[in-house]
Design a protein around this ligand. Structure first.
Ligand code: ZN
Ligand code: ZN
Length: 220
């Protein structure tokens, strides 16, 4: 199985590498989109970098660039994953690479969200028969879930007769207007099957034959 990008990031972020110049642990960073040095690309989306501002390589190189070339630049120690030895990489300023550290917590959250989506998607097939609305609601209200899977959830929704779907779906802000419309259609189908309708004035559910809404008095 091909390792997922998030899993690779997480795995690499657990690895411990140390700077040979200052012995501090290297930070696991996302590589910037271009190679500052030779334009060849990083060869890796993850890099280990010494971000220690007191690092002897960094401090010394700062001075060397100043003395030799008269311009403000320095070097940081950088190691590509899988390599034994790193190299000195020129940086234009103290902030270079900072803020690119892999955010382990955010990645773990992404992983959890993805696992929950997979779990809900796996339950989708038999959910109508099982009377289990939960995976449908989960997928429809997860804006990061796969759109095709969410549309399948929407088709399943239309086959339920369960008004408990109304609150979570109505309270959800759909970013995809097309999906939102499909959800509304599915709810309409469900209400019809249950001989119910939604009051356009107060959004309460009433019997489909009712001439007026018993909640707000609206006449149909
Ligand atoms: Zn260092
Ligand atoms: Zn009403």
């Amino acid at each position: 199985m091909i390792e997922d990008r998030t899993e690779r990031c997480l795995r690499l972020a657990q690895e411990e590498h140390y700077c040979p110049h200052c012995q501090q642990r290297l930070s696991c960073c996302q590589a910037p989109p271009f190679h500052v040095g030779d334009g060849l690309g990083w060869g890796s989306d993850i890099l280990f970098i010494c971000l220690n501002d007191e690092c002897s390589l960094y401090v010394r190189s700062w001075q060397e660039f100043e003395d030799r070339y008269g311009h403000a630049a320095s070097c940081r120690y950088i190691l590509c994953p899988g390599n034994e030895k790193g190299e000195a990489m020129m940086v234009g300023g103290q902030q270079a690479f900072k803020g690119l550290e892999v955010n382990v917590e955010a990645l773990q959250q992404q992983n959890q969200r993805h696992a929950a989506e997979q779990e809900a998607a796996a339950k989708l097939a038999g959910c109508v028969e099982a009377g289990d609305l939960a995976p449908v609601i989960h997928l429809l209200t997860d804006e990061h879930a796969d759109l095709a899977t969410r549309k399948q959830a929407c088709e399943a929704l239309a086959r339920f007769q369960d008004l408990s779907c109304l609150d979570p779906l109505r309270n959800h802000k759909f970013r995809n207007p097309e999906l939102e419309q499909e959800v509304n259609l599915a709810i309409g189908t469900m209400l019809k099957k249950m001989y119910k309708k939604e009051c356009p004035n107060c959004a309460e559910i009433v019997k489909s034959q009712a001439p007026t809404c018993k909640h707000c008095g609206h006449s149909f």
